[in-house]
Design a protein around this ligand. Sequence first.
Ligand code: AMP
Ligand code: AMP
Length: 224
Amino acid sequence: MRTGIIFKLVMLQSLAVSCLGQDFDFFYFVLQWPGAYCDSRQSCCYPKTGKPSSDFSIHGLWPNYNDGSYPSNCDPDSQFHKSEVEDLLNKMAEKWPSLACPSSDGVRFWEHEWVKHGTCSESELDQHDYFDAALKLKDKANLLQFLKSAGINPDDGFYSLKEIKNAIEEGTGFSPGIECNKDPSRNSQLYQIYLCVDTSATTFIECPILPQGRCAPEIQFPKF
Ligand code: AMP
Ligand code: AMP
């Protein structure tokens, strides 16, 4: 009798997951160097609260498949509700700032990230837990400190891609994906760092697959 009920519950749960199509293999936790975002667009707009600190900021926490593809926009019925993350808003403004123009308070950026990516991990994390998990991961991975310890500073200097990867691997224990973009003089520069995280969004893991980074062997680390 009991096993019958448990069996039904398990079936119901897997049915719910497959109906919502929210299965995925791991997360990319993507951190961004704000100086490179601003350089590549030759413009960006600081949040209404002022210039973000000179540190990596969060771009997103993206559910991914092991083959490199990814789900997106998984639940049209789930909108971003500021009220669900009220207690996190100060930290989000600090660590997950929007640099898009015109100046904003970040809500549009968070809304975009929730709707496109967050809704695809709803089987694991509700909206509050999703944003909370990203903030906690940011605290765990102090990338700027790892780079500085290796003598790699945001000073417009050029550093070898290998040196950058090694410094982050040394600090986090896992080898990262590095994405570059171009500054106005067409220099390849450090734009985003991809770390991989397990499906509970708490533990860094070795990346099952890394994104194409489009980096030159020597890349610029722009000032911000
Ligand atoms: P987004 O913030 O989702 O608009 O994504 C920014 C860029 O990252 C997009 O242009 C995509 O090409 C890429 N991207 C977004 N999600 C993923 C993902 N899960 N895996 C790999 N690349 C992604
Ligand atoms: P990209 O990675 O340049 O393909 O950007 C993908 C999308 O995310 C674009 O719509 C960007 O404008 C947006 N985006 C990326 N980083 C930020 C940021 N720091 N603030 C606001 N929007 C961003």
